[in-house]
Design a protein around this ligand. Structure first.
Ligand code: S3P
Length: 175
């Protein structure tokens, strides 16, 4: 039985890498945010607007416990998932967890390029955004760093680099 979980900050490429890794290993891919949206029939941003972050974290935790029971899958989490409740310890018990690590500068660049609908950073100017990322990484990295595997993805911004990242990841996982 194989279960691989990808974690990391917003903009670290969890969905891109998770999807590509699943394809490479012949395993179905689940994105926790997408799973939440289909189960709740609401966008993550709507859940934030209606129930606040606290309400979202409760739903996220419950949905995590559903998805992380699936067997033979690759799963990507939301950026905050490992940092609430006992989610990180639970993930480590359930799966091979991989942290996609990147510098604040790279994350900022990806987030400014991306069109994702992310309530926590909505409307932030570039300077404000990088300060926010730095501040959040300070408290989030101790959680992320509990992952069994860490992959530095700071160089991953085009297709060739994604391919190299997947090859490195497979090697790290012994695949
Ligand atoms: C969040 C990250 C988002 C999503 C929500 C909160 C976070 O997922 O779960 O907006 O707290 O970092 P992505 O990391 O996939 O953007």
């Amino acid at each position: 039985m194989e279960r691989i979980v990808i974690i990391g900050y917003m903009g670290s490429g969890k969905t891109t890498v998770g999807k590509a890794l699943g394809k490479e290993l012949g395993l179905p891919f689940y994105d926790l945010d997408w799973y939440i949206e289909s189960r709740m029939r609401k966008k993550v941003s709507e859940i934030f607007a209606e129930r606040g972050e606290e309400g979202f974290r409760l739903i996220e935790r419950n949905m995590l416990h559903e998805v992380a029971e699936f067997e033979d899958v690759v799963i990507s989490c939301g950026g905050g998932t490992p940092c609430f409740f006992d989610n990180m310890d639970y993930l480590n018990e359930q799966a091979k967890v991989v942290w996609l690590k990147a510098t604040p500068e790279v994350l900022q660049r990806h987030l400014l390029m991306g069109k994702g609908d992310r309530p926590l950073i909505k409307g932030k100017a570039p300077d404000e955004l990088i300060d926010f990322i730095r501040q959040q990484l300070q408290w989030r990295e101790p959680y992320y760093s509990k992952a069994r595997y860490t992959l530095d993805v700071s160089l991953m911004d085009n297709y060739e680099k994604i391919k190299i990242t997947i090859d490195n990841l497979k090697q790290l996982l012994g695949k």
